[in-house]
Design a protein around this ligand. Sequence first.
Ligand code: CA
Length: 222
Amino acid sequence: MRLLLVEDDAQLVARLKPALKRAGFAVDVADNGVDGEFLGDEEPYDAVILDLGLPQRPGLEVLANWRRKQNPVPVLVLTARDAWHERVDGFKAGADDYLGKPFHIEELVARLLALVRRSAGQPSHELSQGGLRLDEDQQQVLLADGERVELTGTEFRLLRYFMLHPGEILSKTRLTEHLYEQDFDRDSNLIEVYIRRLRERIGKERIETRRGQGYLFRGEAS
Ligand code: CA
């Protein structure tokens, strides 16, 4: 999953970014509202963390502009603690969730995961598809027979994206865009390598190749 973090507090970014990456997110950062708005329109993020007090353009305006342009990306706003009016303004501008500063990173990650699952139409407390259960804390997958399988970081990110989008044909480009950060040297052939490894771990039949189109994860109904 790919995240956009729009935050001008460099210290907070330095703390958040590695923690979010450990949680399996690819993270792009914008330190002002203008760049943040632009990136949010140009790149296919799975969620955005948006600070409200930003240089160049306030977070509320950024959010309102996205929604006016029908940009549906899930947005969690960071508000000042106890500023209930900021939360109300945030929701009115189109926020999906909020977190008051200061906060625990664990809570941020839990809220983001819930937000992304909900927006993918899977409101359950965990990702479960086609007999597989994903343990997002341990970055392991539980197979139908109860076996626990360790995943590498990339395998985990790839499987999570597949499980969020079962039965959809996902092109290599789309997978690459959601797995890696903007400045990553994207070689979409790498995806083939990771798909092969993932199939070895979860069973070949789980991921179909659709020639010339991409890959399809067989979920519950497929
Ligand atoms: Ca700020």
